[in-house]
Design a binder for this molecule. Structure first.
Ligand code: SAH
Length: 223
């Protein structure tokens, strides 16, 4: 049996609308992002056994030991990436099951996404086909290098935690563009991750630290 896009009960449009209300209460302000969060059927991205929990504000396993971030974290990163304006080209590092990329695909003209685990790319491809996210281009590779041939990007969204900001990625930002990424902290905040936003100005890069988050680590090489 195939799963329906407009399911009933815990996976219905009404459940998604309640999630959007919670996101609004939690501080997500960008109505364009909220509308997309209300459209994308998150339950199709998680195991059927977990579908009924897909709209709770929790991260969920997506297979291969990886996790799909909570709706709040996805909405927050998307809001920061959009910064209130339309997006032309976005790069995502860490495709996973393709949920964040699907959200981005409805807000940007072109989405490029890199994943190091081949098995996950197959999963994501299936989701893009089902949801007709035809403007997402995937690559099996190590996201540290980015995609210089498609650069510059208006936004880069990294969905795995880095210990340092890869130089190559910073260079692939357009002037005025921003990179949103979870960063593993050092020193007294060791063990903690923070969402960071790095903006490229005509004079250099400006880094802002924001919310405490929890992501799987950014790993080298491919699998
Ligand atoms: N954005 C995803 C969730 C990502 S979980 C979604 O919405 O489903 C983080 C992902 O980053 C994992 O799939 C992991 O394999 C991938 N990853 C980790 N290090 C990477 C790297 N160097 N390059 C590309 N992908 C990487």
């Amino acid at each position: 049996m195939t799963r329906q896009h407009s399911g009933i009960g815990m996976t219905s449009q009404r459940t998604r609308m309640r999630m959007v209300e919670r996101l609004r209460e939690q501080g997500i302000r960008d109505e364009v992002v909220l509308a997309v969060m209300g459209e994308v059927p998150r339950h199709l991205f998680v195991d059927e056994a977990l579908a009924s929990r897909a709209y709770e504000d929790i991260s969920l396993p997506l297979g291969f030991g990886q996790t799909i971030s909570s709706p709040y974290t996805v909405a927050r990163m998307t809001e920061l990436a959009r910064s209130g304006g339309a997006l032309t080209k976005v790069l995502e590092i860490g495709t996973g099951c393709g949920y964040q990329a699907t959200v981005l695909s409805r807000l940007a003209k072109e989405v490029y996404s890199i994943e190091r685990i081949a098995g996950l790319l197959a999963k994501a491809r299936k989701h893009f086909r089902e949801l007709r996210a035809l403007n997402v281009r995937l690559r099996h590779g190590d996201g540290h290098a980015g995609m210089p041939e498609a650069a510059p990007f208006d936004a880069i969204v990294m969905t795995a935690a880095a210990t340092h900001v890869p130089r190559e990625l910073m260079e692939q930002l357009a002037v005025g563009a921003r990179m949103i990424l979870p960063m593993a902290q050092t020193g007294e905040q060791r063990g903690e991750q923070r969402l960071c936003m790095i903006e490229r100005s005509p004079h250099g890069y400006v880094e802002k630290k924001m919310d405490i988050v929890k992501f799987v680590p950014l790993l080298p090489g491919v699998a």
